[in-house]
Design a protein around this ligand. Structure first.
Ligand code: PEP
Ligand code: MG
Length: 576
């Protein structure tokens, strides 16, 4: 925290959802859930109170889940239904009952058992497991609220220009929250991949998370300016800062309006050369937004979200329905569905990947799937069937490092086709099988992989991490993580060139596809397809339209003669 001027004070956190927000702080403090005065009514009576509270909890949660899936998205709703699954755990139930049998009131049983799990999860190495501590805290507070008849926090009553300030933002708190009333979100805990960050981005609200000592620094009604890009929270912004916000806000409204003109335009450069512009999605709930921005296909459907926040894997039918929904939403368009990419930072406890020293280099993605052919076949069959109706589904394999992997996947795919055929089920016999290029090994082997794969999609998020040996989630080395590093650029150019020689389509679904500095280079090298998050589609279409082949080609040539990342940034910036 540092002081600026007389009143203005800047708090620093992690910028987790882009944009600026100016408004008045509404501080959500955890309600006092004091049960010291509650008198023990005997084991049976306490058990009955406990059960009634758990039942009410599950009913409320189901109601909230339904509201949430329409309002924010399926994945976010699944976080909530995960709470019901946690409470259904027989071991946890037994622990609660044992406590009341030993003389604890129901409230104390809940408090102590939840504290045990919160402690356990918060010490895990894996960030996603650590985030489950926030879920347990949410469950504890809601159960205690029910037992003590304390009303839960209701954010539906927030008035416009509120800046939501909270220790953490839990999914249950956000039910009923109207995004148009919330100028920004600031929380004391949480990181870039925490539930709060996912929710803020899904709602399109600027957010800064992980601000130390936040709840002591701000009070209700404080005027705050939040910068979700830099992670700054300015308390009592001065006139110049407020004016800067006003100018930014007006410009961003004008920009949003002017971008609407790109909704129905073809994606082409200044010379009228067409490229494809697809969208990345993580759940079927994002399909409406994808259509509303005029995306021309799905370039990446991250299927792991179907497997998360639940206690067992979805079966063939459930997967088929999800993939079919995506294929059906884009009947005339390509739909690239990535096979399960778990491991690394995406933990799915029931799949028992296990704890590893170096999870990003470990048992994950295609390695896990090929090691469990039965499990993998379920997904492949669901994909084959989902492609039957419109023949638009393409299967994409993550983390490929060798020709053997694609051969093994193809062999399994053929086996799945034979099994479906035997059962008389309809499926797409000619389904495309492509690979993600996201490891240095795949870059070096691109010419060989191009003979085996039907298409490439470059995953720069991982390719940058593995090429530069920089953990993509480690804040300490964040400044070294840069897709414009010359080594990454050479890799990207090499992959595009290999695909073109082999005459297979090549796209990019990593975040770099939406980077204005990367776009001219990708255009110059001949990338066929850009796949970006839905909110970026219109902006990327506009940026693409601004480059002629000559301009982009000359810039790419100059850039590739440079040897430092800094020089590359400067050279490209000269063009803006
Ligand atoms: C990538 O690595 O660039 C990618 C698109 O996949 P993910 O971010 O899901 O690892
Ligand atoms: Mg990846």
């Amino acid at each position: 925290m540092n002081k600026k001027g007389d009143d203005a004070m800047i708090l620093n956190g992690i910028g987790a959802s882009d944009g600026l927000g100016l408004g008045n702080a509404v501080c959500i403090r955890e309600s006092v859930l004091d049960y010291t005065g509650v008198i023990y009514a005997g084991a049976e009576a306490e058990k009955a109170r406990l059960l009634a509270a758990v039942d009410a909890f599950c009913r409320d949660t189901e109601r909230m889940t339904q509201k949430m899936s329409g309002q924010v998205g399926q994945h976010e709703a699944e976080i909530l239904s995960g709470h019901i699954a946690m409470l259904a755990d027989p071991f946890l139930r037994a622990q609660l009952e044992e406590k009341v049998e030993q003389g604890s009131v129901a409230e104390q049983a809940v408090d102590e058992v939840c504290a045990f799990y919160e402690e356990l999860f918060s010490q895990a190495d894996d960030e996603l497991v650590r985030q489950r501590a926030a879920d347990v805290r949410d469950i504890r507070n809601r159960l205690l609220g029910l037992l003590l008849h304390v009303k839960p926090i209701d954010l539906s009553a927030l008035t416009p220009h509120s800046v939501l300030v909270a220790p953490d933002l839990t999914p249950s708190m956000t039910v009923g929250l109207r995004a148009e009333n919330v100028a920004a979100i600031v929380t004391q805990s949480g990181g870039r991949t925490s539930h709060s960050a996912i929710l803020a981005r899904a709602l399109g609200i600027p957010a800064v998370l992980g601000v130390p000592n936040l709840m002591n620094a701000l009070s209700d009604g404080d005027r705050v300016l939040v910068n979700g890009g830099t992670g700054e929270v300015i308390l009592n912004p001065d006139a110049a800062q407020a004016e800067a916000y006003r100018i930014w806000n007006e410009a961003s409204i004008r920009e949003r309006q002017s971008l609407q003109a790109y909704r129905t335009r073809p994606t082409e450069n200044a010379d009228g050369r067409r490229v494809s512009l697809y969208a990345n999605i993580g759940s079927t709930a994002q399909l409406d937004e994808v259509s509303s921005v005029g995306a021309e296909g799905i370039g990446l459907f991250r299927t792991e979200f179907l497997f998360m926040e639940r206690s067992d894997a979805p079966g063939e039918e459930e997967q088929y329905q999800a993939y079919r929904a995506v294929a059906g939403a884009m009947p005339e368009r390509d739909v690239l569905i990535r096979t399960l990419d778990i491991g690394g930072d995406k933990d799915v406890p029931y799949l028992s990947v296990g704890k590893e020293e170096n999870p990003f280099l470990g048992y994950r993605a295609i390695r896990y799937c090929l090691d469990r052919p039965d499990f993998f076949s379920t997904q492949l069959k669901a994909l084959l069937r989902a492609g039957a109706e419109y023949q638009n589904v393409k299967i994409m394999l993550p983390l490929i490092t060798s020709v053997e992997e694609i051969r093994a996947a193809r062999a399994l795919l053929e086996k799945c086709k034979a099994e479906l055929q035997e059962k008389g089920q309809v499926f797409d016999r000619n389904i495309s099988l492509g690979v993600m290029i996201e490891t240095p090994a795949a870059v070096q082997l691109a010419d060989q992989l191009a003979k085996e794969a039907d298409f490439f999609s470059i995953g720069t998020n991982d390719l940058t991490q593995y090429t530069l040996a920089v953990d993509r989630g480690n804040a300490k080395v964040e400044q070294m993580y840069d897709p414009l590093h010359p080594a990454v650029l050479r890799s990207v150019r090499q992959v595009i060139s290999a695909a073109r020689k082999a005459q297979i389509p090549v796209g990019m679904c990593g975040e770099a596809a939406a980077d204005p500095k990367m776009i001219p280079l990708l255009l110059a090298w001949g990338l066929d397809e850009f796949s970006v998050s839905a909110p970026s589609v219109l902006t990327v279409r506009k940026w693409i339209s601004q480059w002629s082949d000559r301009q982009a080609g000359e810039l790419a040539q100059r850039v590739m003669e440079l040897v430092t990342t800094e020089e590359i940034h400067r050279e490209i910036e000269k063009m803006f």
